[in-house]
Design a protein around this ligand. Structure first.
Ligand SMILES: Cc1cc2nc3c(=O)[nH]c(=O)nc-3n(C[C@H](O)[C@H](O)[C@H](O)COP(=O)(O)OP(=O)(O)OC[C@H]3O[C@@H](n4cnc5c(N)ncnc54)[C@H](O)[C@@H]3O)c2cc1C
Length: 418
């Protein structure tokens, strides 16, 4: 087999694993090599802050596909293999161990890494042993090992990961404080109604949520472990364990160094093709122009990683199927299943259907009278309809959306046929 037949995939996460399997299913004829720097088979990351953290999921249950599935599809999975650079002219990649591999087509599925916390008291090169980020199974295990009944946990960042960690830690009996520098939690991803709802839910569960409060300094003991977090409002929070969840940085440096177009992520089109026609990219490391929102977006979600991977595989196998999926995401906290579709940024009106006090409602976001996004709490049936309302940017009267006596499906049918 020629190296020009080889599909080389860098990054063995959601996107990398899906791309490998889809390419084989769609008829990629040559070798498929999946390179991952972690030492375990591709696994699901969402449970890391949820079931895995509070102990109802195991390492085995996180694994996406067993080794045999890759063998059956004739996919050569190489773990502990980190790619250091790409030589596009020679169509080769260089690995950290000094070896090189040739490719015919290359796929970059390198995901992202946690944005580091910058605060006084922290050395740039050595993090205290009880200050954690959360991206890998090893990170989650380290956090889990540091949590027990009565542990004083400080979570820095009130985004989804931070709030899920808070909920899981409460299940384990930890005493939890969440610090959010913005005036409200989830400010980057949702509207005020949802932020207020989740703040109330966490406070009810005993979490001390402090918004508009930044971290000023990390106070360490003589062994270099965090002893307390000093806040911008002067408060000193004693801590046995700190989890930092202040966002993600895309792993786009490999692509940038190879001269590919990068703009806050590797730029791809609807077929996941980069500025080099022999290189595709998928997942958290990418940005793309989203037709529905008429702007460039970087999505950090499993559904996006899977859709982009499938589009890439379709392009590589000569059966192009562009990805025009509407973004969607989910978050599990306590007994609440939150499902979000669309991007609500820039909405002009927010309409609630259902009752937040009954922990069962859906928030619709409207712009120019059209539904651009929705957040559903414990309302999976409405969420399925909401996905279609958002995809078709349906124009629906706010009063009708709020009126739970009229089935949502009926509104969809009327709007689509209008
Ligand atoms: C705690 C947590 C909870 C989450 N919860 C949800 C959720 O509820 N719902 C949801 O939709 N999404 C959730 N996400 C986001 C979701 O997990 C990501 O969007 C998804 O994993 C992206 O897949 P990916 O393949 O792009 O990247 P990743 O899963 O990050 O995989 C990239 C892989 O590439 C490897 N790699 C990077 N560089 C190299 C290199 N140079 N050489 C070799 N290998 C390399 C990395 O080690 C990694 O294994 C969560 C994420 C986290 C961390």
């Amino acid at each position: 087999m020629q190296s020009s037949d080889t599909l080389l995939i860098v990054g063995a996460g959601s996107a990398g694993s899906e791309l490998a399997v889809s390419a084989r299913q769609l008829g990629w004829p040559g070798p498929i090599v999946l390179l991952g720097e972690e030492h375990c088979l591709p696994y699901h990351r969402p449970p890391l802050s949820k079931a895995f953290l509070h102990g109802t999921a195991t390492s085995d249950s996180l694994t996406m596909r067993p080794q045999e599935a890759y063998e059956k599809a004739n996919i050569d999975v190489r773990l502990g293999a980190r790619v250091a650079s790409i030589d596009r002219a020679a169509k080769r990649v260089h690995l950290h161990d000094g070896s090189t591999l040739a490719y015919g087509k290359l796929a970059l599925c390198t995901g992202g890494r946690p944005r580091p916390l910058v605060a006084d008291g922290l050395a740039a090169d050595a993090a205290p042993g009880n200050l954690h980020v959360l991206r890998t199974q090893a990170d989650a295990q380290a956090i889990r090992d540091g949590l027990a009944e009565g542990t004083q946990l400080v979570v820095i960042g009130g985004g989804y990961v931070g709030l899920e960690v808070a909920a899981s830690a409460r299940k384990l009996g930890a005493s939890v404080t969440v610090l959010e520098a913005q005036p409200r939690v989830l400010a980057r991803v949702t509207g005020e109604a949802l932020s207020a709802f989740y703040t109330a839910i966490h406070r009810e569960a005993g979490v001390d949520i402090r918004t508009g409060v930044a971290v000023q300094r990390i106070e360490c003991d003589e062994r270099g472990r965090v002893r307390a977090v000093i806040c911008s409002d002067g408060a000193r929070l004693p801590a046995d364990c700190v989890v930092v969840g202040v966002g993600m940085l895309p792993n786009a440096e490999l692509a940038a160094a190879a001269g590919l177009a990068v703009d806050g992520g590797i730029v791809v089109d609807a077929l996941s093709v980069t500025s080099d026609p022999d290189i595709v990219a998928a997942g958290d490391c990418t940005v793309h122009d989203h037709a529905l929102y008429a702007r460039r977006v970087r999505l950090e979600s499993v559904p996006n990683a899977l859709e982009q991977a499938r589009a890439a595989a379709s392009a590589l196998c000569g059966k192009p199927k562009p990805n025009h999926a509407v973004p969607w995401f989910w978050s599990d906290q306590y007994d609440l299943k939150l499902q979000m579709v669309g991007l609500s940024a820039g909405f002009e009106a927010c309409v609630l259907r259902g009752a937040p006090q009954e922990r069962n409602f859906i928030a619709f976001y409207l712009r120019d009278g059209c539904v651009i996004a929705a957040d559903a709490v414990n309302r999976p049936a409405d969420f399925m309809v909401a996905k279609r309302l958002v995809a078709a940017a349906c124009r629906i009267d706010a009063d009708q959306l709020a009126d739970a006596s009229v089935p949502l499906k009926q509104l969809l049918l009327t709007a689509v046929s209008a």
